[in-house]
Design a protein around this ligand. Structure first.
Ligand SMILES: O=C(O)C(=O)[C@H](O)COP(=O)(O)O
Ligand SMILES: N[C@@H](CCC(=O)O)C(=O)O
Length: 433
């Protein structure tokens, strides 16, 4: 039976966690801080739970330099839950803002009620003719998110800004040129996935066309950063909302973090009455997906796994201790590890084919095919995986939907782990054909 030290696990998520964090968490699970009770047994409403929650929020904000006008929420439901939650909440914001605009245009004197049928007619017209959510589809996760939006509010309201498959022979692997993106006028959000785990594609920086200018018409930008959060500096202030499941770079499966601009929450935006949404034919989200509700209750509207928040908090403490320059330090290391692995693959073009284009390569999920053996790709990949497992390099199988090999280079992969993989990649390529 191997020990933890003998294994380097390159799985795509859940992913490797630092051993020291797991050891501390294991103790906390049995007897937290000599309370005689394990952390998973303590009430999420206890003082110690609130302290863990608040400390984790503070450390996350510190590590990523999250500005004060953002709220950090701990939610449940994973990335997929957020595919739905973003739609419910941001469509609500769009309609609420439109309602304000209509009231202003109708010039209704302060305190005077507008006849409900007039407002409803105007709002319905706006929804029918103008409501759009924009999706940049660069891989299977953003595709899934766009499909969920179409399921919830109807495909007529979903605008695909660009579909990467259209510029890459029907497959993901490229980021379409920004000049080709077809953005809607005033959409409820522009959504993209910063790193596509399955397809190994990462957007290298904040898109130029979405940069805010400070005007009223700045786009509401939403990003799924489930698989690259905490691995590089991000200009948080350019986003209206960022979300990420914990199970890659932050912690264990069970919590999803949302960083949301306060201007999207009450009192800045009024919540619409469910009856109004119903009349407009728009969906009403589950209460546990309401950002307003979760924010109002400091993430404790219902039972939250404080144990998972604790693990995330311990990971953040470790990161803050390891990198005095915070996420910039981690970014340097992440880049260095990714470079090592890509360089080994690039050195043997006859043995390996990297899936995405060079300028779309993910630093987190390195996807490639093995073409080394004359007997074919299947046999090459089988022997590659077998040889890797024999050396303790595991979790390298590509996602079931695309096959191939995928080395997930999340934060807990050490430099030595990345070096070991790069060395194996070279060794395998030098082996018999
Ligand atoms: O982005 C990824 O990679 C993911 O694994 C998704 O965030 C996973 O979504 P859920 O399974 O948490 O819904
Ligand atoms: N996050 C993992 C697992 C997703 C899944 O299998 O549903 C991946 O992208 O491979």
């Amino acid at each position: 039976m191997p020990t933890r030290e003998q294994i380097t696990y390159f799985g795509a998520g859940p992913a490797l966690l630092p051993s020291t964090v797991l050891e501390t968490a294991a103790e906390a699970l049995v007897n937290y801080n000599n309370t005689g009770l394990g952390l998973a047994e303590h009430s999420h409403r206890s003082e110690l739970a609130t302290n863990i929650l608040n400390e984790t929020k503070t450390d996350l904000a510190k590590y990523l330099d999250v500005p004060d006008d953002y709220e950090i929420l701990f939610m449940q439901g994973g990335g997929s839950g957020e595919f739905s939650a973003t739609v419910y909440n941001l469509v609500n914001v769009w309609v609420a803002r439109r309602k304000q605009k209509i009231l202003k245009e109708l010039n209704i004197p302060e305190g005077k009620e507008i006849p409900e049928d007039v407002l409803l007619k105007e709002l319905q017209k706006a929804v029918d003719e103008e409501l759009k959510v924009d999706y940049l589809v660069t891989g299977s996760w953003s595709l899934k998110a766009s499909q969920e939006a179409a399921r919830l509010i109807g495909p007529e309201h979903v605008n695909i800004v660009a579909d990467a498959r259209k510029v890459n022979d029907g497959k993901f692997g490229k980021i379409p040129e920004e000049s080709t993106w077809k953005l809607s006028k005033n959409p409820a959000m522009v959504y993209y996935c910063d790193n596509e785990t399955v397809d190994g594609v990462e957007i290298s920086g904040f898109p130029e066309v979405l940069k805010p200018t400070g005007g009223e018409d700045d786009p509401i930008v939403v990003a799924d950063m489930s698989s690259n959060i905490l691995s590089r500096r991000i200009p948080v202030k350019n986003f209206s909302l960022i979300f990420f499941g914990a199970q890659k770079n932050l912690g264990s499966t069970g919590i999803t973090v949302v960083i949301i601009k306060k201007s999207l929450l009450p009192p800045a935006v009024a919540t619409l009455a469910p009856t109004l949404l119903r009349k407009l034919g728009l969906p009403i989200g589950p209460i546990v997906f309401s950002y307003e509700t979760i924010a109002k209750n400091n993430s404790l509207y219902n039972t939250l796994s404080i144990f998972d928040v604790y693990i995330a908090g311990q990971v953040l403490k470790k990161l803050l201790q390891t990198f005095p320059d915070k996420v910039d330090g981690q970014q340097k290391l992440a880049d260095q590890k990714a470079k090592l692995i890509y360089a080994a693959l690039d050195k043997y073009p006859e043995s390996y084919k990297i899936v995405p284009d060079k300028n779309a390569r993910s630093r987190m999920n390195i996807c490639f095919r093995v073409t080394h053996l004359a007997s074919g790709i299947d046999e090459s990949e089988r022997t590659f995986l077998k040889g890797a497992t024999d050396q303790g390099l595991t979790g390298l199988k590509g996602h079931r939907s695309v096959g191939g090999i995928r080395a997930s280079n999340y934060n807990s992969i050490s430099l030595e782990g990345a070096e070991k993989l790069a060395k194996y990649i070279e060794e395998y390529a030098q082996g018999p054909k």
